[in-house]
Design a protein around this ligand. Structure first.
Ligand SMILES: Cc1cc2nc3c(=O)[nH]c(=O)nc-3n(C[C@H](O)[C@H](O)[C@H](O)COP(=O)(O)OP(=O)(O)OC[C@H]3O[C@@H](n4cnc5c(N)ncnc54)[C@H](O)[C@@H]3O)c2cc1C
Length: 435
């Protein structure tokens, strides 16, 4: 099999790239552009915390790669990357097995390419914390989120029918993922409470552990302060400058970084979610491409690896930024890199010069704090400066980012229709997925 353009990973960046390229080529695109993903459907990763608590239904939200391939004129191959040969411009995909893992539905495949971009995202960084990988839940993939939601529903029932009528949740890491998960979980709790009636009423207590001196440490301080106030008002306990040093079946041990001589403190946890940082897959180091200590592929400012025609973007790429830093792992970065590469490849195909480097424009950050509440800042050309927003407007702008991603892969008309259909569905079934 040979394709001119192969994109491995159909996430926030990869899917937007193939959709744009395929639409440029029209029907010809099916023979030129190939998307590879280990999953058969796409969910925008920044919404995984909503899937995890059941306020977003993955069966409705998931977009089938095959359907997107048909309408956007690219081909799709389902499979996990097994081997990558940058010198010979080829890769191998693992066989795909049936549900029982017995019979191969699709055999192992070798695919040759003209140009390829690796856009396979990242996973969790446990920082070698004992017990974290074994006992904590993560939100790396939609299946993790679905798994967690099932567990959370069980925990809600257990707390409602248990003796102490209490549910202790510990979230390690108070970046956007941890903060948004805490807020969304409280929404789910308030939605589910009436189902149990007053005799089964239970309390939820969420603790957020953050090793930096403030939550949302990567964002402007004003956003952190506002978000911390909103969470504390909802009785979330925030432990700043604290590092989780061990995770057990029903506890987290945390050390106070400001009091290094003090004994680590043990807090009870019915469930632990690890959202403390990202690390790309260990297997990235086996593909013959240079990687950094987080297993991210090292690329230049054209997103190219040292091998001609081999690129990387999004969370799995270490792309130079300013002051020796690399670009942050954010959907905004993946989105802009996808647009850049689509333009670059299209210009080169048309034999038009394209020499500019990728330049990241930070348009600001938005954090959801639950129903009708958000906080963030808008920067640069969107606002003509650095502009702080909060409340309902911030929440709406936050939701519009998801719609924007859908518009990039479905077009505005279908995105609008889908949004109306989902609104209607939530009016009928309620906001929370309960099964
Ligand atoms: C809960 C949560 C909330 C977040 N909130 C925000 C936010 O508010 N704002 C923000 O900017 N960012 C946010 N992020 C980060 C953001 O989601 C990522 O930066 C972004 O998704 C990265 O895009 P990507 O294309 O690099 O990778 P991804 O979107 O992760 O996509 C990677 C794709 O590659 C596929 N894949 C992986 N490995 C293989 C393999 N070996 N073979 C084949 N396919 C493979 C996966 O199935 C997936 O489809 C959040 C992340 C999480 C988890």
């Amino acid at each position: 099999m040979y394709y001119d353009y192969v994109v491995v990973g159909g996430g926030a960046g990869g899917l937007e790239l193939v959709s744009r390229l395929g639409r440029h080529f029209g029907r010809e695109g099916h023979d030129k552009v190939l998307l590879i993903d280990k999953s058969s459907y796409h969910i925008w990763k920044p919404t995984l915390h909503e899937v995890a608590v059941g306020t977003l239904n993955p069966q409705q939200e998931g977009l089938s790669y095959s359907i997107l391939a048909r309408s956007n004129h690219f081909s799709f191959a389902c499979g996990q990357l097994l081997d990558f040969d940058p010198e010979n411009k080829s890769l191998t995909l693992e066989a795909v097995f049936d549900d029982e893992n017995e019979a191969a539905i699709i055999p192992e495949r070798n695919i040759r390419f003209g140009q390829c971009v690796l856009a396979i995202g990242s996973g969790s960084n446990f920082f070698n914390t004992p017990g974290a990988a074994e006992h904590a839940y993560v939100l790396e993939h939609s299946l993790d989120a679905v798994d967690f939601q099932q567990h959370l529903l069980n925990l809600f029932s257990k707390a409602a029918y248990g003796d102490n009528k209490n549910l202790d949740v510990v979230i390690v890491g108070a970046g956007a993922t941890g903060v948004e998960l805490a807020a969304e979980m409280l929404e789910a709790y308030h939605e589910i409470l009436p189902i149990f009636g007053s005799s089964q009423k239970f309390d939820i207590h969420i603790s957020l552990i953050e090793s930096a001196p403030r939550i949302l440490a990567g964002l402007p301080e004003r956003i952190s302060v506002q978000a911390a106030q909103a969470l504390r008002a909802k009785s979330v306990s925030i432990y700043e400058s604290h590092r989780a040093v061990e995770v057990g079946t029903d506890f987290v041990l945390m050390a106070d970084k400001l009091r290094p001589d003090a004994e680590p403190q043990r807090i009870h946890a019915d469930v632990v979610v690890w959202a403390a940082g990202i690390k790309a897959a260990e297997s990235n180091a086996d593909y013959g491409l240079p990687v950094n200590r987080l297993n991210q592929f090292e690329v230049d400012t054209h997103l190219q690896t040292p091998f001609a025609g081999v690129y990387a973007l999004g969370d799995c790429a270490a792309c130079p930024w300013h002051d020796d830093k690399i670009l942050p792992a954010r959907a905004q970065v993946a989105h802009q890199q996808a647009s850049y590469l689509a333009d670059k490849w299209w210009h080169e195909y048309k034999q038009r010069p394209f020499t500019q480097s990728f330049v990241y424009k930070d348009y600001g950050s938005l954090v959801s704090l639950g129903n009708n509440q958000g906080v963030g800042n808008l920067m640069g050309s969107l606002s003509g400066g650095n502009f702080f927003i909060e409340g309902l407007i911030a929440k709406w702008m936050y939701m519009s980012l998801h719609l924007k991603h859908h518009a990039a892969i479905l077009g505005y008309w279908k995105t609008g229709l889908l949004a109306i259909a989902r609104l209607a569905q939530s009016r009928v079934s309620g906001r929370l997925k309960l099964h």
